[in-house]
Design a protein around this ligand. Structure first.
Ligand SMILES: Nc1ncnc2c1ncn2[C@@H]1O[C@H](COP(=O)(O)OP(=O)(O)OP(=O)(O)O)[C@@H](O)[C@H]1O
Length: 328
């Protein structure tokens, strides 16, 4: 484990009855890093954050923050935004931040915090009258009143509009630049790619890949691709010198309305256009893209899910076999 890690998880395990939430999760986050935890619903991200912040007791394994156990660490040095944080709502945004500021000896000015989260003009509005995204930004503000050294943000930008999201992103970047260590969870791959120094991909309760976004993309993202908006059969592209398939997903539309040409440089796009014209294949658009974190996520999370279901099937098969043996 890195000597300079300020947040460490080592082999954390946690089950709720039959449900395994963490199955040996390990990570080490260094001072001043922004570390993004990504992974499918139910992968264990929130449970890992809760174990690291002392709000849930792991069944086994070790969690440390700034060299202390999460329950013993000085809470004044931590900021924690839970996923389901719901503050009292009969307060204005300013009163709410002043309330949380009152819990610390040397808190920041609530007006400054409101300005940080882009709500300088909204301080006198009742919390309950704020939009969902504004409420979430006030909640992010509540984690900043004590100027924490280590900040945990569980899905900080969920429900926030694109402009508000950028405000929160800039805020996180400024915090990181001033030395704050940030651990965040997100389903937004653009957010992870933009903010994170390193990303950890959690699947079925363990961190199955970690690294800088660029390293993960280069190791697991696959090749560049050209998406052709067409209903033509992929078999119509058999003579093209690049592999062609239906996309796994297609911007919310049917995968039947597109084919993807893999492993293709931008310079080769003209040859594909030529191919389409010569074969009279109709198309409505062409989009070239390099692989990104979303491709990593889909490749690794899908593989982990397949392995998990295969393991469950194996166990079911074995228990069927045992039952069959017992009844025989
Ligand atoms: N308090 C609890 N009681 C029972 N089961 C729980 C509890 N907390 C989490 N779980 C279960 O543990 C697993 C991991 O949940 P967790 O909330 O950590 O996942 P997550 O990766 O944060 O998911 P999401 O992306 O949906 O927020 C899930 O199967 C969940 O149902």
């Amino acid at each position: 484990m890195e000597a300079e890690a300020v947040v460490e998880a080592r082999g954390l395990e946690k089950s709720y009855g039959e449900t395994v939430a963490l199955s040996g999760a390990s990570l080490a986050v260094e001072a001043g890093e922004v570390f993004a935890l990504i992974g499918p619903n139910g992968a264990g991200k929130t449970t890992l954050v809760r174990a690291l912040t002392g709000t849930t007791e792991p069944d086994s394994g070790q969690a440390r923050i700034m060299g202390e156990s999460p329950t013993a660490v000085d809470r004044g040095r931590l900021g924690v935004l839970p996923q389901d944080f719901t503050p009292p709502d009969r307060l204005t945004a300013h009163e709410l931040l002043a309330y949380y500021a009152g819990l610390y000896d040397d808190a920041r000015d609530p007006d400054d915090v409101l300005a940080d989260v882009g709500l300088a003009d909204t301080g006198e509005t009742w919390y309950e009258d704020l939009s969902g995204g504004q409420q979430r930004r006030v909640c992010v503000g509540a984690t900043l009143v004590n100027d924490p050294d280590v900040l945990f943000l569980d899905e900080p930008t969920t429900g926030i509009d694109p402009a508000g999201r950028r405000t929160v992103w800039r805020l996180i970047e400024d915090l990181a630049a001033s030395g704050t260590t940030v651990i965040l969870t997100t389903h937004d791959m653009a957010e992870a790619q933009r903010l994170a120094d390193r990303v950890g991909l959690l699947a079925s309760g363990s961190v199955i890949a970690r690294g800088t976004p660029d390293a993960l993309v280069s190791d697991h993202g696959g090749s560049s691709r050209l998406t052709i908006e067409t209903t033509a059969d992929p078999a119509a592209f058999d003579d093209l010198e690049h592999p062609v398939s239906r996309p796994e997903r297609h911007r919310g539309r049917s995968a039947e309305s597109a084919v993807v040409v893999r492993d293709i440089d931008p310079e080769a796009i003209a040859t594909v256009v030529d191919y389409l014209e010569r074969r009279s294949l109709e198309y409505t658009g062409l989009t070239w893209a390099e692989p990104d974190l979303e491709d990593v996520y889909l490749a690794l999370a899908d593989r982990a899910e397949l392995e998990r279901t295969a393991a469950v099937d194996d166990v079911a098969d074995q228990s069927d076999a045992v039952e069959a043996g017992e009844t025989a």
